[in-house]
Design a protein around this ligand. Structure first.
Ligand code: ATP
Ligand code: MG
Length: 288
């Protein structure tokens, strides 16, 4: 009798709920900007590596972009072609099933896969579609200190899923004339997530990326406007243009293992320090 009952309960419980808890409580951070090519993936990978290498944190990188650039940046293929798309399109999927280690100690990743594209459109008709990633991360949150979600360059269902699964939003932003245009759209989605979906997502910071010190006039104009709009939410750390960052991505390595004394390595190390300080000084509760 008891055995039959256990079998029934097992059926009701998802694989996610049957996994043991890991004893940590990850802060989840969505790295997002609908503008393409502003350094979302570069920031996710190098910030994640910085947190694990210099702060000894356990970090998970979640690739929510069907382009699969996290795996490329870390020279990894999905284990058996399995990835996060499959988790999101199945009922009761768990991220824990698709986590793979990287060459950096304490840094793991979940690759994207082809069904992530299907997930973007397939989620549209599902009840509770905004909460699927959040649920799939429940156990993973207990195994990591930080989970960084690399978002696609749009504000579709996958990005909304990432926002609802996150405590904080980190917005990489280049300092070009068009940079400010997309930010309003992001803030609208944050409002929807906060008020309509009742999830307290906070802006951790806006990060100036691809800063070109030889083009100071344009850079400073845009930077001043960002400061006006975001004041203390703008990170003091800026990420300069540095071709080593590009070369490291092509070589499939975090910048610290590719060019440890480059400007890119220094900037991302400074960012990991500033980010930790910001989060540690944030004492308000982040989960509803
Ligand atoms: N600070 C930088 N200096 C030089 N090159 C950079 C820098 N940041 C990123 N890059 C390069 O710019 C390109 C775009 O960067 P990345 O892939 O991180 O942007 P993204 O916002 O994730 O793009 P997408 O919107 O396509 O996902 C890549 O080739 C990357 O190597
Ligand atoms: Mg990217």
């Amino acid at each position: 009798m008891r055995e039959r009952l256990t079998a029934k309960i097992r059926k009701i419980l998802s694989p996610e709920e049957m996994l043991p808890l890991g004893g940590r409580e990850a802060k989840v951070i969505a790295v997002s900007n609908q503008k393409g090519g502003v350094g979302k993936t570069t920031t996710s990978v190098n910030l994640g590596a910085g947190l694990s290498l210099f702060h000894h944190k356990k970090v998970l990188l979640v690739d929510m972009d069907a382009q699969g650039h996290i795996a490329v940046s870390l020279n990894h293929l999905a284990a058996n072609g399995r990835g996060i798309g499959q988790v999101l399109t199945s009922n009761n999927g768990s991220i824990m099933d698709v986590i793979v280690p990287t060459d950096v100690a304490r840094l793991d990743m979940t690759p994207s896969d082809h069904s992530l594209l299907e997930a973007e459109s397939g989620l549209a008709g599902k009840i509770g579609r905004e909460f699927i990633l959040r649920k799939a991360l429940t156990r993973a949150r207990t195994y990591y200190d930080f989970i960084l979600i690399d978002c696609p360059p749009n504000l579709g269902n996958l990005t909304v899923n990432a926002y609802v699964a996150s405590d904080y939003l980190l917005i990489p932003c280049d300092l070009s004339a068009l940079a400010l245009e997309g930010l309003e759209g992001i803030l609208e989605v944050v409002d929807t997530v906060n008020f309509r979906l009742n999830h307290p997502l906070k802006i951790l910071g806006v990060l100036a990326t691809r800063v070109d010190r030889r083009n100071m006039v344009m850079n400073e104009t845009v930077f001043e406007k960002l400061k006006e709009a975001f004041s203390d939410r703008l990170f003091d750390t800026q990420i300069r243009i540095n071709t080593d960052l590009n070369k490291a991505q092509l070589a499939g390595k975090p910048i610290f293992l590719f060019a440890a004394s480059s400007a890119g390595a220094r900037d991302y190390r400074a960012l990991s320090q500033e980010m930790i300080e910001r989060i540690e000084s944030d004492t308000s509760p982040v989960r509803a």
